[in-house]
Design a protein around this ligand. Structure first.
Ligand SMILES: [Mg+2]
Length: 227
């Protein structure tokens, strides 16, 4: 019997385009203003100084140029990720956008929670960004549904050891955990750790040929049952 469900975000609870077409462009568009407005706030200053130290530049202008360059190159550098998270937080709070969660995902997450299943997130976005997204959805604040959040600080999403670690942290046998994702390599890794899996094949995501049917498949969260 499944006691806990761990879900991926992008392509699973939420559309791929939300992150790609809303969040990242928003951070890019607001980086310059945000840094100039908050350059003297302690937390922001520390991050700017960290970027300056990594890249051997001296002025805030150069730091901003570097941040913009990293964003163009889709770099996942910690101070950049932290600043992006701060900019998104501002955007969510201002109501410039809401966190996208498919209606079927929100509905089933609520139902599973009501049935006593423990819910977790495992996503490559930072835990801060995960919480922001679920706190500001069209269905309201969904964070009370979740018992915990994991990002890649626990390990790669494509390695079984990461899933073993999560199972240890949440103190459940992997066999009692169901992992949901749109990426086969992640599902393979979770399955290798002993977890059960469902492969989400959402609209617009090409149905990847899995002739061996190693994972259960569903088009949305209504398309499978959790026993
Ligand atoms: Mg995904």
């Amino acid at each position: 019997m499944i006691k806990a469900i761990i879900t991926d975000i992008e392509g699973t609870t939420s559309s791929l385009s939300f992150v790609k077409d809303v969040l990242f462009p928003y951070a890019r568009e607001h980086m310059n203003d945000f840094v100039r407005t908050h350059a003297h706030d302690h937390d922001v200053r520390m991050l700017l100084d960290e970027v300056a130290a990594i890249t051997h530049v001296t002025t805030d202008n150069q730091v901003i140029e570097q941040l913009l360059r990293w964003m163009s190159e889709d770099k996942k550098i910690t101070p950049l990720k932290t600043l992006q998270g701060m900019i998104w937080e501002q955007g969510y709070k201002r109501g410039d956008f809401t966190g996208h969660v498919y209606a079927d995902a929100a509905r089933n997450l609520k139902a599973w929670h009501a049935q006593g299943k423990r819910l977790y997130v495992f996503s490559s976005g930072s835990v801060h960004a995960q919480k922001l997204l679920f706190a500001h959805t069209e269905d309201g604040d969904l964070t009370p549904l979740f018992s915990g959040y994991f990002d890649t600080s626990v390990g790669s999403k494509k390695e079984a050891i990461s899933y073993q670690k999560i199972a240890q942290i949440i103190e459940l046998a992997p066999q009692k955990i169901l992992f949901l994702s749109d990426i086969k390599e992640e599902l393979d890794a979770a399955q290798q750790s002993g977890m059960q899996t469902v492969w989400l094949l959402r609209d617009g995501v090409p149905g990847n040929a899995d002739a061996a049917k190693t994972h259960r498949q569903a088009h949305d969260f209504d398309g499978f049952s959790v026993e």
